[in-house]
Design a protein. Structure first.
Length: 517
């Protein structure tokens, strides 16, 4: 009887323990299987991302942006390019998709699993100086307090010693020495580029068509005589996908001036050769159909006596490419530098920093208005040193949030190139002073940073460096694009406090006059 009683008491407990053990084993197996499945999805997602992403641009590392930006901004945009649509937080594919939905979900899992919660922004090793360095501020003589400043272009013509600007209202202005402006012409879209033909007063005007990122071909290129009043510009070409800048040269050596225009576009852009025919009409030809043409220069880069072209592309497949004249009316392409599609490339300049006879590259990235509007540790100013045969090595980096443009010049006349840099997407909430930085080169490849206190006067989108007062020293002209709408202020809870009416400011160079040798 005792045995039966003991059995009756412990038998239910035995079954309970057995059940719990089985549950724990099964649950452990499920968790193990789930973990194995997740690891498999991540591994497969990485391989798939490398397969599909590099077909359009350089492969993006998950660590380049934060998890939220991947999930809500970049991945939906990437999916769209592959024919994958998002609705109510879910992805859907169809027969037009270039990737099946299962593979796409693995890519999504990879980026969401391997990206950081937030990006770590580096602090400068040496705190920048907050001073005016060698500069003093000069403001326009008259400021219209009723019109918001939306400067889209600044250019100085050395032939007639005149400063020109343009704005989002399609106005094209000329400025005198006292910083008073007069309207030269009103175009049908904003002017984004002004260059000059062989150092003359013939201005080459590039109009973007649409400032907003849209797939419309309304850009135009004009020729205008800057020495004549009330002159009507001559149309060179139209129907350009958001054309930004144009350069001139006789590319086929037929005695007639030709032009090359970079068109940023949106999903579609390109680099165009505009040939002048014998009857002075023009024929437009595509050099490259890569979107994001941001800045173009011309020069004889291989020293063969024929003009070549170099262009910065800043959309998707970002990089600097050189187009060598083939003497047959076309060009061969060489990629000099390539950057991840998330960088937001914004400007470049050829500068021989080390005085070895080979041009180095000054480069900035910081466009932060797309799908990941967070501060990024790789935004800022770079120097790539030319090691010969147009091969480059990064030798300098200075972090500036949202850096937009940099121009090098020997501002203090000590024989070394210094750098002026602006940041349209600076950390305005906590570090507005980084919107303009003067990097003074104190020894080879070593710079002292000066944050000039001018952030309250505007938000700098454009910049020109020129000796506007003809005293032998380069001054700096900054263009204020003050608008706070259209999602251009990325930091929540921050109310902009920069001046919204001053169109330009001048940083007058007060360095000692250069000693004539």
């Amino acid at each position: 009887m005792k045995f039966i009683e003991v059995r009756n008491i412990y038998l239910p407990c035995f079954f309970i323990i057995l059940t719990l053990t089985v549950f724990v084993i099964i649950n452990s197996c499920n968790q193990s299987n789930q973990q194995s499945n997740l690891e498999a999805q991540i591994a497969n997602g990485k391989l798939l991302s490398q397969k599909y992403c590099i077909s359009c641009h350089q492969w993006p590392d998950p660590s380049s942006i934060d998890k939220k930006s991947w999930e809500l901004g970049v991945l939906p945009a990437m999916g769209k390019q592959l024919g994958i649509k998002m609705f109510m937080g879910q992805y859907f594919g169809d027969q037009k998709s270039t990737i099946n939905i299962s593979d796409w979900q693995n890519i999504v899992t990879y980026y969401k699993s391997m990206s950081p919660i937030s990006l770590e922004i580096p602090l400068p090793r040496i705190k920048p100086k907050s001073d005016w360095a060698i500069f003093t501020l000069q403001l326009p003589a008259i400021v219209n307090q009723k019109i918001p400043a939306m400067t889209t272009m600044i250019s100085f013509n050395h032939s007639n010693n005149s400063l020109y600007t343009a704005d989002a209202g399609n106005n094209f202005f000329k400025w005198n020495a006292g910083l008073s402006s007069s309207l030269v012409y009103k175009f049908d879209s904003p002017v984004t580029g002004l260059s000059y033909s062989n150092g003359t007063i013939k201005g080459i005007i590039t109009c973007i068509g649409n400032l907003a990122p849209v797939n419309l071909k309304k850009g135009k290129v004009f020729l205008i005589d800057l020495n004549k009043k009330n002159t009507k510009p001559t149309l060179i070409t139209d129907s350009m996908p958001r054309s930004v800048q144009t350069v001139a040269a006789d590319f086929n050596k037929d005695g007639l001036m030709d032009y090359v225009t970079c068109a940023f576009g949106h999903d579609f852009g390109g680099l165009y050769l505009i040939k002048q025919n014998s009857d002075h009409t023009f024929k437009k030809e595509i050099i490259s159909n890569i979107a994001g043409g941001e800045q173009v220069i011309t020069g004889d880069f291989n020293n063969d006596g024929w003009p070549d072209v170099m262009c910065l592309f800043a959309q998707a497949d970002e990089g600097i490419r050189m187009f060598i004249n083939d003497h047959k009316g076309g060009f061969t392409t060489q990629t000099l530098l390539r950057f991840p599609s998330i960088y937001g490339s914004s400007s470049f300049q050829l500068v021989d920093f080390n005085h070895d006879g080979k041009p180095d590259i000054l480069y900035t990235c910081g466009d932060n208005s797309d799908y990941s509007k967070v501060l990024k540790p790789y935004h800022g100013v770079y120097i790539f040193t030319n090691e010969g045969n147009w091969k480059f090595k990064q030798t300098y980096f200075y972090h500036i949030n949202g850096c937009t443009k940099a121009i090098a010049s020997d501002f203090n006349h000590n024989g070394n190139f210094d750098i002026a840099a602006i940041a349209y997407f600076a950390d305005f909430q906590f570090h507005p002073e980084e919107s303009f930085t003067y990097l003074e080169q104190t020894k080879p490849n070593s710079f002292t940073a000066h944050q000039i206190p001018i952030s309250k006067y505007g938000r700098w989108l454009t910049m020109e460096v020129a000796d506007i007062d003809n005293d032998g020293k380069d001054d700096i002209i900054l263009g204020n694009f003050s608008t706070i709408g259209r999602g251009l202020v990325n930091q929540k809870g921050y109310t902009p406090n920069w001046n919204q009416h001053i169109p330009i400011v001048v940083l007058k160079n007060n360095a000692p006059k250069p000693i004539k040798k």
